[in-house]
Design a protein around this ligand. Sequence first.
Ligand code: ADP
Length: 488
Amino acid sequence: PLDALADPGLLKRNALVGGAWIDGADEGFAVNDPATGARLAVVPNLGPADAEAAIQAANAAWPAWRVMPARERAAILLRWHRLLLQHADDLARILTAEQGKPLAEARGEVLYGASFIEWFAEEGRRIYGETIPTTDADKRYLAIKQPVGVCAAITPWNFPIAMITRKVAPALAAGCTVVIKPAEATPLSALAVTELAERAGVPAGVLNVLTADAEHSIAIGKVLCESPVVRHLSFTGSTEVGRILMRQCAPTIKKLSLELGGNAPFIVFDDADLDAAVEGAMASKYRNAGQTCVCANRLYAQAGIYEAFVEKLAARVAAIQLGNGLEVGVDQGPLIDDAAVAKVELHVADALAKGARLMAGGRRAEGLGPRFFEPTVLADANPSMLCSREESFGPIAPVFRFDTEQEAIALANGTEFGLASYFYSRDIGRIFRVGEALECGMVGVNTGLISTAEVPFGGVKQSGLGREGARQGIEDYVEVKYLCLGGI
Ligand code: ADP
């Protein structure tokens, strides 16, 4: 699938450390197409020594990068942004080939990913400090903002480009240097955008990429966490791994940005526009085959519209086209790996055993290979089911019934997660009440799509720390320094 790239130079098979594209010491690891199982490429399987070298390279590159005027850094970032747009088709092909999402969604991710670079290039020029009214006639107080230093980024496979640019762009714009460890399933997207960063003029050592398989990723993660040179770690992935990284970062009191798991409720009240709610549920639930941390995981429909909602949703879901993401007309590709399929199968079997009614899908799709799972709707879901507690991360929609607003809020908040929530209502009072009562970082009201570079993305409770995107997304990459000027 990667023979047809317009620019074959974007298919990189080396990691980048200190401006050099390197091979690993051993034979590397394979990157496979989740749709077909075919091998796409072999990339270096780096280890702790390479991680240490990348940290040193980033540290060596930092002094020059931090003193470069923000406007010049912005110019480089804007060139990087333009290159992503220019090569969007090739990047989308690489992304689909290794990740599985349909080409149109992959292209959407390239544009979304690029938008963070543009946004933070602009924001980097507006990292304002403040002057503080004095309490002492012969003193003056200033608070300035400075880049934190060398940053590490560990990223997931579900948005292999956007999760990198959302971290790297604010870091670079603020004057930090970065070491990235992309997910083992999707290093090719990471390497392609890094190649474009280099072409845009990002200096050697400012951006480094360490490819590694699952086992080596753990070892590299330890080095990144434990290094006193690395001042900030940004991670997007599971809450479980987030906890490990947080623990490993404790000895060096590292600054942390964590974007972890979600268990998003999607509530439809009796007064909702039902067709809009069904469309919102389709977008929120089945995008990327349900493999996003803000995907609706638990759907709650109020008793008065329950059956109508379930039926309309099931009818829409039945029309979803499954297939290889590279083919035209496909809406849903494969899941990322066998474990992902097994988890979805377990959640469906568990729900059916506990009384769920199967309204659509429910099994692996026939004739497409082992990774394709039919988009599924389960009615009569109840809180005893695994799918009500755990993130399914797949194309299954359990629909729970509720009676009152209070009950819906309590059910929605009954989880240790707090990333995204959604609800549909046309009652303005209810919109404020529920919007304010939901324990989460982001609320979609009458919409299933909430992400854009301009808004703060992140969670509360065990869904993470910090915000990405928006004005706030650059703050984790700067330190405030207070200057007290005496003898005035
Ligand atoms: P997902 O559930 O999305 O696969 P993970 O949290 O397992 O998410 O993985 C996200 C990223 O974290 C990947 O880049 C992966 O290699 C990395 N990772 C997983 N476990 C560890 C670990 N113990 N230390 C460092 N990185 C890890």
